[in-house]
Design a protein. Structure first.
Length: 59
């Protein structure tokens, strides 16, 4: 197991779905795969998917 596979990104109470997608896209760029959402206001949401731009698997 490499060090990156142990990194976990946790978003709590996210109010803007675009931010979720942007985080997923950034995580994909850095080869991070563990995204956890805690009480997002809007999810799933089309804006999150649009901003993920190729990182839809993380969503």
């Amino acid at each position: 197991m490499n060090a990156l596979s142990r990194v976990r990104i946790v978003l709590v109470g996210t109010t803007h779905p675009g931010n979720i997608g942007a985080v997923a896209r950034a995580m994909c760029t850095m080869a991070l795969t563990r995204l956890y959402l805690v009480r997002p206001k809007f999810f799933p949401h089309e804006e999150a998917s649009a901003r993920a731009a190729g990182a839809d698997a993380l969503l």
